[in-house]
Design a protein around this ligand. Structure first.
Ligand SMILES: Cc1cc2nc3c(=O)[nH]c(=O)nc-3n(C[C@H](O)[C@H](O)[C@H](O)COP(=O)(O)OP(=O)(O)OC[C@H]3O[C@@H](n4cnc5c(N)ncnc54)[C@H](O)[C@@H]3O)c2cc1C
Ligand SMILES: Cc1cnn(-c2ccc(OCc3ccccc3)c(C(=O)O)c2)c1-c1ccc(Cl)c(F)c1
Length: 454
């Protein structure tokens, strides 16, 4: 039987960055993994229990769940329950500046990414964890100290008193601003880098019309506009949550209702009647403009005592919709290694850092690259052409060319391997392009010669 280990997951609920209720999922999922392994699990959450609190902003905030995240849920038998709550998006619906829109499917036979509600996902994971006999959830317990030498943690309890716990293992899943990681930072040879990008994001809502979706429901709606982009994902209540990504210095120039409307008329005209002018203006000034940050660090563990997962280990910009999927995949990898090492933390944790770090940093780089790509090379026309070319090449060479987005989103190819494969594919495609070009020039020359000699 597996050694009982007390795990403290800093799975805090609360606002992260931009103030919308940011709900942690990785910590809750990881608690289920450890509990099903027979460990005694204590989950410490700095905030109150989201399931009891009424004070929820009311904005249903969603995110895209795809293959890697679904597999992690499948490992603990939760995939069907979560997938049932999600809304499939079978392709991207690209909105051009003149109001036209085009679908580019994600793949054959209805391949889809899922739009899931953060709050519902977290409530499901917390309730699943709570029902397990060897799991205790401690809300309003905030980490204040990690003593690596003494192997204990100090937390502030709801009555403001401090308690000290002595777990066998600490798993920090406390997000991009992780306090567990902050203590790792004090260790020798711990590497850390964080980058804020110039863009921020603001969430808007497209309400239902007579109880129906105001746009086609089963698509990821994208308005690619170079310096700024907007996306919309569907919610179960038949609304859409839009996310507008834009440089802070452009947000700063949009300071009056008239300027909001003028900006949207100029760039997202079709969205105005969908959101509604009044609601657009009120949401624009009510909802926070949040920051976007990338965090890279290594290693992810200290000795056989602590390990960090999720955004605490690798926060990424959201331009691939992979942050939570990657954090969920962390659980899959960590638990595979714990099994392979028979729960010997002294060897399993270093193995985890060694295997996971290159992949996590690869998806951080891919997401940042997408941010650059989508900013500099993407209008709706170029987006459409690129996607059409991707699907043409894939249909011509299905085993040789797999679109980058497909490898990231619809496969479990390790992220670092995805990058290597993409480089190889680029070489093959450019060689094929040159060959095609050469053959057509040669063909044209022979044709011309033939005509001349007639
Ligand atoms: C705009 C946007 C869109 C996104 N879209 C997607 C998507 O489509 N698909 C996807 O897979 N991912 C997406 N993500 C990323 C995803 O939200 C994160 O990767 C995921 O939530 C990380 O989960 P986590 O449990 O590791 O950390 P978090 O969700 O950050 O949870 C940690 C929580 O702990 C809090 N916290 C940290 N330290 C403390 C402390 N000491 N005391 C109290 N509280 C603390 C943090 O504020 C946070 O609320 C998106 C992110 C953003 C910003
Ligand atoms: C939330 C979520 C889930 N997936 N994606 C996503 C990401 C990238 C994509 O393409 C790569 C590419 C598109 C355009 C140019 C280069 C590369 C596609 C696609 O192909 O549909 C879908 C997002 C997302 C997140 C933020 C923005 Cl701003 C955005 F537009 C989409």
């Amino acid at each position: 039987c597996v050694r009982a280990c007390l795990i403290c997951l800093f799975d805090n609920l609360g606002c992260c960055g931009g103030g919308h209720p940011h709900i942690s999922q990785v910590g809750a999922l990881n608690a289920v993994y450890f509990a099903r392994r027979g460990c005694n699990v204590d989950v410490y959450e700095a905030r109150d229990d989201i399931r009891q609190s009424k004070t929820y902003s009311g904005r249903s905030i969603n995110l895209a769940l795809s293959t890697r995240g679904i597999q992690a849920l499948k490992d603990v038998g939760l995939d069907e329950m979560v997938v049932a709550t999600g809304i499939p998006m079978y392709g991207r619906m690209i909105h051009n500046p003149t109001g036209g829109k085009y679908v580019v499917p994600y793949g054959k036979d209805n391949q889809a990414i899922l739009s899931v509600d953060r709050r519902k996902l977290n409530e499901l994971l917390l309730t699943t964890a709570e029902k397990l006999p060897n799991v205790s959830l401690h809300f309003e317990h905030k980490l204040t100290e990690v003593d690596v030498k003494a192997r204990n943690l100090t937390l502030r309890a709801p009555d403001r008193s401090t308690i000290t716990v002595k777990p066998d293992l600490v798993v920090g899943s406390d997000g991009a601003y992780s306090s567990v990681r902050r203590h790792l930072l004090q260790q020798p040879r711990f590497n850390y880098a964080q980058t804020y990008i110039a863009h921020g994001y603001k969430e808007l809502t497209i309400p239902p019309v007579d109880g129906k979706f105001a746009m086609e429901a089963n698509y990821l709606h994208i308005w690619p506009r170079h310096e700024f982009m907007m996306i919309a994902l569907p919610n179960q209540d038949r609304s859409f949550t839009c996310t507008l990504f834009m440089p802070f210095d452009i947000f700063a120039t949009i300071s009056t209702p008239e300027l909001v409307l003028a900006f949207f008329r100029e760039n997202f005209a079709d969205a105005i009647p969908l959101i509604g002018q009044e609601r657009l203006v009120s949401d624009f000034f009510t909802n926070p403009t949040s920051t976007l940050m990338m965090v890279k660090c290594s290693p992810y563990h200290i000795d056989d005592f602590a390990v960090i997962i999720g955004d605490a280990a690798h926060a990424m910009v959201p331009f691939y919709g992979q942050g939570m999927n990657c954090g969920f995949e962390d659980c899959t990898v960590l638990h595979r290694l714990l099994g392979e090492h028979n729960m010997d933390l002294a060897t399993a944790l270093p193995a985890y850092s060694k295997e996971r770090n290159p992949d996590a940093e690869a998806i951080c780089d891919l997401a940042l690259h997408n941010y650059v790509e989508m900013r500099h090379h993407v209008t709706s026309t170029s987006f459409l052409l690129r996607k059409k070319l991707d699907s043409l090449l894939h249909s011509l060479m299905p085993n040789t060319f797999i679109p980058l987005y497909t490898m990231v989103t619809f496969s479990r190819i390790p992220y670092a391997e995805v990058i290597e494969r993409q480089k190889w594919q680029d070489r093959v495609v450019s060689r094929a392009g040159y060959l095609l070009l050469g053959a057509s020039v040669l063909g044209a020359a022979l044709l011309a010669k033939q005509r001349l000699t007639k």
